[in-house]
Design a protein around this ligand. Structure first.
Ligand SMILES: NC(=O)C1=CN([C@@H]2O[C@H](COP(=O)(O)OP(=O)(O)OC[C@H]3O[C@@H](n4cnc5c(N)ncnc54)[C@H](O)[C@@H]3O)[C@@H](O)[C@H]2O)C=CC1
Ligand SMILES: O=C(O)[C@H]1O[C@H](OP(=O)(O)OP(=O)(O)OC[C@H]2O[C@@H](n3ccc(=O)[nH]c3=O)[C@H](O)[C@@H]2O)[C@H](O)[C@@H](O)[C@@H]1O
Length: 480
């Protein structure tokens, strides 16, 4: 086959790991990942990669400067490549038409324009970023309107399904690879070439092909379905707390139905991450544009439920702490949006911290992988506070969980890091104010053990017996 050089525009959470694994598995292909951020590229070329992802260091070390390159020289990489991945960010628009809902495609467009300007030979351009349905059409317009004589562009959609924290494994063993292309013989040939790249390590039957629009929509649909499951179980967690049912038992009983399946039924403080909310909002926006308000409303509810869950959990903390957290020290365990990543985009911890800060609490935050500057950046963002200096005074970041709990009234567990399970909670209990509370927003701790030590424990989707009698019970419903 003819693909010998690949360029990836965008060295982020997707571009970096995807191309690293591709380089590992395709030693005959030279893969160059480019980014306009010189800082990010310098990190990819250093010993401390810009993202924490289990197993990624080893893959990068094996291939970097062999057949994997990280560079800011976008032009050369585009010029030399046979195939170009566009893997830039597609955030929710923060202004103008579609503000707060539509995907902002300005980075995709600028990448397409750059390709159009620089390319001197045929290119297969692959949409790796998550985009609205028919975005490939816009890329095609830009490329073809600027086409130099004798140059041919083929556009493919190849959405990425990796999850952070398991990216390397997901890339090595994906459930499927999806490639969408034009239904023409040239489109088919381009599709076969990309398929050939993946076939270096993925069985052909796991590489599925569709038309371009189905591929684009499937990515939004997959994220919407996954998020919907979380919102569904989270909605039931409220019913459990009010009735005495246990959401873990319900999830198990429901998930054992092979038609339903057991994955993604872990009730939590709410889902976070850069994509679920963004992609559902995008889907909602598309539906509204297509004059399908009922469909839009249906998916919007998944987001509403997630907001409800985050708020519910935050309010529960305040109610249990005698309805006031003013000047109380509260420890936050975990700030990342899930374990095994240092990513904080849309993390539910931000909502929890915001609510507690607004109520006058002092926060002691510990996360094993999130950089302290990132936490301060997130909590001083204009969406969180209009007085960043006050936030800086109220927040202390710790590099060790035991120092984060000294003299605090409560621990709020926001991320399911494994290390939180094995901590010495007797020691922790001794160093805390009494009564000592734990709010387990991830349902990972041994609640019986904690209660035996003397903690007051609250969690999601289960009413625990020994919560303070003084308190209004959270989520209580009228007696039946
Ligand atoms: N983060 C994730 O786990 C997943 C993300 N996605 C999708 O993949 C896309 C990328 O996401 P992330 O990697 O998380 O974003 P990111 O923000 O980590 O990385 C994007 C990178 O693109 C660079 N960039 C933007 N415009 C550029 C240009 N014109 N030239 C050169 N570099 C440019 C930025 O500097 C940034 O480093 C998004 O559409 C996202 O929805 C899909 C699956 C998983
Ligand atoms: O498009 C994307 O960006 C990616 O979004 C998700 O991946 P990611 O957000 O990295 O992580 P998930 O494991 O899906 O978790 C998302 C959030 O849901 C939460 N979650 C997950 C599962 C669950 O049962 N309960 C639950 O609360 C997690 O803690 C986390 O906050 C999808 O799983 C990926 O397939 C997709 O490629």
């Amino acid at each position: 086959m003819v693909i010998s050089k690949i360029c990836c525009i965008g060295a982020g959470y997707v571009g970096g790991p995807t191309c690293s694994v591709m380089a590992l598995k395709c030693p005959n292909i030279c893969v160059t990942v480019v980014d306009r951020s010189a800082e990010r590229i310098a990190q990819w070329n250093s010993d401390k990669l810009p993202i924490y992802e289990p197993g990624l260091d080893d893959v990068v070390k094996k291939c970097r400067n062999v057949n994997l390159f990280f560079s800011t020289d976008v032009e050369t990489a585009i010029r030399e490549a046979d195939l170009i991945f566009i893997s830039v960010n597609t955030p929710t628009k923060t202004f103008g038409n579609g503000k707060g809902r539509a995907a902002d495609l300005k980075y995709v467009e600028s990448a397409a324009r750059l390709i159009a300007e620089i390319a001197q030979s045929n290119k297969i351009v692959v949409e790796k970023s998550t985009v609205p349905v028919r975005a490939a059409e816009s890329i095609m317009h830009i490329l073809r309107a600027n086409q130099k004589p004798g140059i041919r562009y083929d556009i493919l959609s190849n959405p990425e399904f990796l999850a952070e924290g398991t990216a390397v494994d997901d890339l090595l063993h994906p459930d499927r690879v999806l490639i969408g292309g034009e239904e023409t013989s040239e489109g088919h040939q381009a599709l076969e070439k990309l398929s050939w790249v993946y076939q270096h390590w993925i069985p052909k039957e796991n590489i599925i092909t569709t038309n371009t629009w189905s591929s684009e929509l499937s990515k939004l649909a997959a994220n919407a379905f996954l998020a919907q499951r979380i919102s569904s179980i989270n909605s039931l967690s409220a019913v459990c707390e009010a009735t005495g049912a246990d959401v873990s038992e319900v999830a198990r009983a429901v998930g054992l139905d092979s038609r339903i399946g057991s994955k993604f039924l872990q009730a939590s403080v709410g889902f976070g991450g850069s994509c679920f909310q963004k992609d559902i909002l995008n889907l909602v926006y598309i539906c509204e544009g297509l004059n399908l308000p009922q469909v839009a409303e249906y998916w919007q509810q998944v987001i509403h439920m997630n907001e409800y869950q985050k708020t519910r959990f935050s309010q529960k903390i305040i109610e249990c702490l005698f309805n006031t957290v003013s000047d109380k020290r509260i420890s936050i365990f975990g700030f990342a949006f899930k374990k095994n990543t240092g990513d904080t985009r849309e993390t539910p911890a931000i909502t929890v911290c915001k609510t507690l800060l607004e109520e006058g609490a002092k926060l002691d935050i510990y996360d094993p992988k999130v950089e302290p500057e990132q936490i301060i950046d997130d909590l001083t963002h204009p969406c969180v506070t209009d007085s960043p200096e006050d936030v800086k005074k109220a927040v202390q970041i710790h590099s060790d969980p035991y120092s984060a709990v000294r003299g605090t009234h409560a621990i709020v567990l926001c991320t399911e890091w494994d290390e939180f399970i094995g901590l010495d909670y007797k020691r922790i209990f001794q160093s805390m104010m009494k009564p000592a509370y734990i709010f387990d927003g991830r349902k990972i701790l041994d609640h019986d053990h904690l209660q035996q030590i003397g903690f007051h424990v609250q969690t999601i989707g289960k009413k625990l017996n020994r919560s303070s009698g003084l308190l209004r019970s959270w989520g209580s419903i009228p007696q039946l």
